[in-house]
Design a protein around this ligand. Sequence first.
Ligand SMILES: *[C@@H]1O[C@H](CO)[C@@H](O)[C@H](O)[C@H]1NC(C)=O
Ligand SMILES: *[C@@H]1O[C@H](CO)[C@@H](O)[C@H](O)[C@H]1NC(C)=O
Ligand SMILES: *[C@@H]1O[C@H](CO)[C@@H](O)[C@H](O)[C@H]1NC(C)=O
Ligand SMILES: *[C@@H]1O[C@H](CO)[C@@H](O)[C@H](O)[C@H]1NC(C)=O
Ligand SMILES: *[C@@H]1O[C@H](CO)[C@@H](O)[C@H](O)[C@H]1NC(C)=O
Ligand SMILES: *[C@@H]1O[C@H](CO)[C@@H](O)[C@H](O)[C@H]1NC(C)=O
Ligand SMILES: *[C@@H]1O[C@H](CO)[C@@H](O)[C@H](O)[C@H]1NC(C)=O
Length: 871
Amino acid sequence: MSKQDKSNVLSICKKMLICCLFLYMCTIIFLNNSNLLSTSQTRTSSKIVAQTNISHLVFGLLGNERAWHHRKHYVEAWWRPNVTRGHIFLDVPPRGDLLPWSLNSPPYRISDDVLKLVRETNHVDPRVLRMVHGIMEVVRQAHEGVRWVILGDDDTIFFVDNMVDILAQYDHTKYYYFGGHSEFILSNYWYSFHQGFGGAGIILSYPLAREFAHNIDLRGDISGFLSYHPKSLLTSLHHYDTVDPIFPSMTRAQASFHLLKAARYDQSRMLQQTICHHRSKSWTFSVSWGYSAHIYEKIMPRSWIQRPIVTFRTWQRSPTKPQYMFDVRGPSWNPCEAPHVFFFKSVEKTPRGEIVTTYTRGWPRGIGACLSSGNFSEEYVSEIHVYSPAIKRIQIDKCECCDVIHEEGSIKADIKYRECKINDCPSSDLLSSLKFTTLPSYDSQTSTSSNVAQSKSSTNISHLLFGLLGSQKAWHHRKSYIESWWRPNVTKGYLLLDVPPQGDLLPWSLNSPPYKISDDVPKLVDETKHVDATVLRLVHGIMEVFREEYEGVRWIVMGDDDSIFFLDNMVDILAQYDHTKYYYFGGHSEFILSNYWYSFNQGFGGAGFILSYPLAKALARDMISCLKRYAHLNAADKTTMTCIADIGVNLSPLLGVHQIDLRGDLSGFLSSHPKSLLMSLHHFDMVDPIFPSMDRAQSGYHLLNAANYDQSRMLQQTICHKRSTSWTFSISWGYSAHIYEKIMPRSWLQNPIETFKTWGRSPRPPHYMFDTRRPSWDPCEAPHVFFFKSVERTPRNEILTTYVRAWPRGIGNCSFTGNHSAEYVSEIHVYSPVTKRIEIDRCECCDVIHEAGSNKADIKYRECKEDEIIA
Ligand SMILES: *[C@@H]1O[C@H](CO)[C@@H](O)[C@H](O)[C@H]1NC(C)=O
Ligand SMILES: *[C@@H]1O[C@H](CO)[C@@H](O)[C@H](O)[C@H]1NC(C)=O
Ligand SMILES: *[C@@H]1O[C@H](CO)[C@@H](O)[C@H](O)[C@H]1NC(C)=O
Ligand SMILES: *[C@@H]1O[C@H](CO)[C@@H](O)[C@H](O)[C@H]1NC(C)=O
Ligand SMILES: *[C@@H]1O[C@H](CO)[C@@H](O)[C@H](O)[C@H]1NC(C)=O
Ligand SMILES: *[C@@H]1O[C@H](CO)[C@@H](O)[C@H](O)[C@H]1NC(C)=O
Ligand SMILES: *[C@@H]1O[C@H](CO)[C@@H](O)[C@H](O)[C@H]1NC(C)=O
């Protein structure tokens, strides 16, 4: 390679790097609903009187006078004067060429005197203080009819229409806190896995913002209630100022206006990735609407192209992998792997009412053609025209599909967008020999009997179909885990066994799910050439459950035989989603390395994953073909995820689904559950029994005793204080209660105490996907520990759960809060309402009733007062 070539390659490399990263950032920051970090996954729009529009949003942009001179262009690119509401907050009054103030900029305000605030609060960091205080300054402007308050930096581009469309799906009268994680794992570890990274924008519902503003106290520990830190990955859409211009041969300011050109026609498709294939040439087109288009000279599946190419640098030095919170693929100079790159040039509306976006080649690829797929060079194509409907596409449960129209030798290629066909799998005929794979025999039946219930009746347990994957050998001791939650003749579904049950399993217990024997695995191995018979059996099991054809099934739930499911919560969550759409619900692993080894996009199957009926149907149709396509993959959950990605659907993670990739004593984890309905606990067999002096089977039944009274509060953490003795009570409903001899804020107690160990070897932190507290023997930090003992209904129609001391703490008193020992308290009685609490936008509060000297303490649950702060 000559020197010239090398520098060319380098410059291409650099450009690629930036655009890949940029693309990725954009998708994760705003366009991917499921990545929003919400205080609850409850979605509702029912109670909203008038549809949310742009006038209900108020922005607070935090900037400084010096940077505004060049950053104002980024904001003016998306700001709509006299339409968008809000202000830019400057540190000092504008000077020089900023005056007169541009009419296209947001009006400005000067931040409150920071030095004075520092003196008043003794805060250590004036920059952090100014930003947190900014929230209050935005809210006190007293805007009429504000529903959502959005804070961001002045080098962030917001896509306002999308924001409105997403926020319109939520009830603004509840407490919501939306934001994004950092893409860089160590940033989440250093700051918090709970925080929305502020530079990219955080969104607060108005009641929450107002409350925050009224109670702002920068003297205390603010980091947990609402951490606000401007740093995230070095190059993100937010750090627009530090990346190279995102379009070649434009300045940053020009590039931001250019990007917004397409956004003005259709924000809903902005940067959405749409993939289609030109089979005769073996070309794959991947369009990122309004920004770029890539052409690969090989047929590539969506499951692969959806991963960003790892060409970007980490925000700071990160010696070990994993570095990112997502799956990546390595950059490549192999002509079969590296794309031809095109950039957005122009957008217009055709006379036929379509939107056409044009993309032109960024640079010649110059590395030859891909020989293995037929030596069809694509180098001569210089322009791509993409035709998309002029209808917004807000509900993106499934991606769009497209067709390629390209005449032999033409320098132009046309792409037409359309909805995917029902049994259209973008890559199911990846290998042309598989194109005509015969469909499984159940197919003809399903197409006639419309199982997708048209009725709008709300989802109940009869709409769920379970498939539990077990083995004859393990069932002897695992059956008690399943029988603890299975409701005979109510829950529908099967246990799939490898071989028929023997010995003491016969006669088959009536309290167990009915069993089926898995299909002939050796025959399937033969047919698919799959490398791993176990993986094949597990994945194929989804189809075996699906084809059982129950009347009116809406959701297929797959899980392992050592998992506990909380059925009522599952029904309550699923009832909020439209089962006629494509949904893939599941949970991440708690252990970072598991996500890295397998995938950040997969639902870990032991904990259970849930497929809506149309998705399960599409997956069942494609099953054999997909097992052939990915015959080399030796992980079942990853194979499932990959097949689903090729259907055009991605994981929507649920925080109450627990793989429990942890070992040892789980009590710390279960005592600080995330604020989300508990759905499942897996790996029951691998951890210590969760209650002291009980075995695993007993523990399972014991936990379900409480769950049978109220699943919605199960493991929900509720915190209250007894100020006279400086005690903090933290209840994990139905499981444990802790007393601390010090007033502790919720922001701290919500982090689990690390009583557990990692699932596998993990040489250095971060180990977990959440924040933790180290166990401590300091009497001011270590809790008195109580465990759930009994549950009953009181005559006054409350639910009373009782928790008893597990062991004497025996490490003395917390002396600096006044030597108020809690050692003599031996029982805690918790009174909670009988009404379910499904919509948990905000946690519950409680009051402590305790007479000095009594060995019993009563806790009464109630809704939090509007201005209540739990600290
Ligand atoms: C937004 O909705 C309000 C009603 O809440 C209405 O008065 C206003 O005209 C709407 N504004 C726009 C821009 O649609
Ligand atoms: C915004 O409104 C003000 C006064 O209402 C007016 O002077 C100004 O021209 C308007 N700006 C734009 C860009 O329409
Ligand atoms: C690939 O195609 C190019 C022209 O399209 C031709 O010059 C070259 O010899 C071909 N290579 C192979 C290995 O067929
Ligand atoms: C569930 O809903 C269906 C209607 O879709 C109804 O026929 C059935 O009785 C309900 N089952 C239960 C257990 O409520
Ligand atoms: C379930 O139904 C079957 C037959 O319908 C019945 O024999 C059995 O006793 C029922 N089981 C329970 C636990 O109710
Ligand atoms: C608590 O007790 C210790 C020793 O018993 C004593 O040194 C300390 O001063 C006491 N603290 C308070 C606040 O009374
Ligand atoms: C702890 O406090 C109790 C009273 O609450 C007191 O009787 C006891 O002596 C204290 N213990 C220590 C070590 O200070």
